[in-house]
Design a protein around this ligand. Sequence first.
Ligand SMILES: [Zn+2]
Ligand SMILES: [Zn+2]
Length: 138
Amino acid sequence: MNIDGGCHCGRVTFHAVVDPERVMICNCTDCQTLSGSPFRVVVRVSEDEFHLESGALKTYVKTGESGKKRAQRFCPECGTHIYATSAEATAEGEPRRFGIRVGTIRQRRDLVPKRQFWHRSAQPWLGELASIPTAETQ
Ligand SMILES: [Zn+2]
Ligand SMILES: [Zn+2]
């Protein structure tokens, strides 16, 4: 599936080819802090399927619970996180995997998560989301 997207201020734009079966939710505490939200939704792609069209990304490297270093790439102007990838060298000829933040993708309505990870730190109220009163706008 062809997708395109960008950051909030518009400086960063990209396009990619993604597999809608590879959309997942991460409930880890790092994703909660980095997104400022209860969880993060990403779609995993190979680096050669991701194309930055405009803008330059800034990198923040975090060390995960596993000890692995992960590069978080974001727009230096508005702070929108675009994707994360391994900050360590990959085996020769092996492409990096990018986890694109689904909220930056224009076609995000069509990208429904298929799996959840780090459920042990998921917010306990997520299962009751449908019962929380809603308003269509502010
Ligand atoms: Zn931006
Ligand atoms: Zn996470």
